[in-house]
Write a protein that binds this ligand. Structure first.
Ligand code: SF4
Ligand code: SF4
Length: 182
């Protein structure tokens, strides 16, 4: 068991009723994560996506969560205030059953990283750009077990290991490090 440490837990509360599907949050997130930063925007690279069904007045902003190697065996349907939502509508996973939350060029999973906790940002960019206040940033303090995580690097490596196997990844890294020394 790891040591208990106090940690600031960052959350974004989503008020689905206030979202009008403008997608400003997707634009802001993808621009922040462009390389170089803010050099382009492409919602396909965003770590928040808005599930939109304008004819049924359904707009659900969803944050990219954990990568999963296998899709669910069972699915849930939600009916809220008379509206039926898609089975995967509220799911945050980067999963094989859909194209959502995959980096379009590499296919690697995307995950919300709270804008890398950039100290220059008062609030995450998607929250700042949501002029309808559908996204509300909150912080709270919690006691958690200390665990070192490397965020995107760990998520990307995990998906590569699942796809190609650990041995192949180790061999490739060894080969790359030899060629870098040459
Ligand atoms: S908090 Fe930052 S990284 Fe997460 S979805 Fe919003 S803009 Fe993207
Ligand atoms: S910026 Fe706000 S209102 Fe616009 S799509 Fe995103 S969550 Fe919805």
């Amino acid at each position: 068991m790891g040591e208990k440490k106090k940690k600031i837990v960052k959350t974004i509360k989503v008020d689905v009723d206030k979202c009008n599907g403008c997608r400003a949050c997707e634009v802001a997130c993808s621009a922040f994560h462009a390389a170089p930063k803010y050099s382009s925007n492409n919602p396909a690279r965003s770590r928040i996506r808005v599930i939109r069904e304008p004819l049924r007045d359904i707009y659900v902003p969803v944050y990219a969560g954990e990568y999963t190697a296998a899709e669910c065996m069972g699915r849930d349907k939600y009916k809220i205030d008379g509206k039926e939502y898609d089975e995967c509508g509220f799911c945050r996973a980067s999963c094989p059953s859909r194209d959502l939350f995959k980096e379009p060029d590499s296919g690697l999973p995307l995950k919300c990283d709270m804008c890398e906790s950039d100290p220059q940002l008062e609030e995450p960019l998607c929250v700042q750009w949501c002029l309808n206040d559908a996204l509300i940033y909150e912080e709270r303090e919690e006691e958690v077990e200390e665990e070192e995580k490397l965020g995107d690097v760990e998520t990307g490596l995990e998906s590569l290991v699942n796809k190609f196997g650990l041995d192949k990844i180790i061999q490739t890294v060894a080969r790359m490090s030899i060629s870098k020394k040459d």
